[in-house]
Design a protein around this ligand. Sequence first.
Ligand SMILES: Cc1cc2nc3c(=O)[nH]c(=O)nc-3n(C[C@H](O)[C@H](O)[C@H](O)COP(=O)(O)O)c2cc1C
Length: 296
Amino acid sequence: MIFDLKEMKTADRQYYLQHVIAPRPVCFASTIDADGRVNLSPFSFFNLFSSNPPVVIFSPARRVRDNTTKHTLQNVLEVPEVVINIVSWDMVQQTSLASCEYPKGVDEFIKAGFTREPATLVKPPMVRESKAKLECRVLEIKSLGDEGGAGQLVICEVLRLHINDSLLTEEKKFDQAKLDLVARLGGDWYCRVSKDNLFIVPKPNVKLGIGMDALPEAIRLSRILTGNHLGQLANVHEMPVVQPSFDDDHLKNIVQYFSVNPPEMEKELHTYAARLLDNGQVEQAWQVLLAGEVIA
Ligand SMILES: Cc1cc2nc3c(=O)[nH]c(=O)nc-3n(C[C@H](O)[C@H](O)[C@H](O)COP(=O)(O)O)c2cc1C
């Protein structure tokens, strides 16, 4: 199905886009109005856009329902400062509660049961329960329109980042698993970035990967190796060659038992290579596949 966005109602556009542009991190924004009254609301139209200068953007949109503006937007127009509190799993239900449309001036710290902690450079308070918070100054507010659903981009420079010590290793490196982030998807769906869901994709190194087109045909057209497997194999920076020192009992067994039946042997080798690749053992997988190439 193809959706032509121009032909759609705003609510429907939002519905489909929010399902596919996901997961989105949650900016839990603390702001104040000109009278110093505090507001705390979540926004998942949010991301990091620059590290020099350090810039994040979130978007309190005009309401689709009645085209009114959010208190957060009104506040940053009055006092251009914000603390962005990052939301982890243990905060998610209270964060959702804070998204209720309480009347202006109602402090969602109190409604949602969070603890205020003074920020160091800006006036809005931080959420003590959040393990990572960004003290920001608003650089610019860019309105994307004046109709319901129009995003209002709050472009923020991050002045100070507070990271809970429990998230850092002794060498001050970030332990991604410990933040236990949540993110918003379509409808009422959220996801939790727990240890079990995390995986590593090694960055392509500075040298270029050989590319899919350079893979030998028998590998590229394999019925067993998936796109992910081929992506790993094609990410080496030069075509591997057979290493005589590569000694692997399972490979020897495959060659011994299946050499009389080349198609079966290829199947076995590709299955073994797939297993190695799933384990991140790219060099070994290449050696297994090259053994098949040599014999073929
Ligand atoms: C997790 C979550 C993410 C949200 N993301 C957005 C968003 O990106 N933009 C938006 O306009 N509203 C978003 N909302 C709805 C606002 O939080 C809600 O309209 C809130 O009442 C605004 O509060 P305010 O008027 O006090 O600023 C989100 C709600 C939740 C629970």
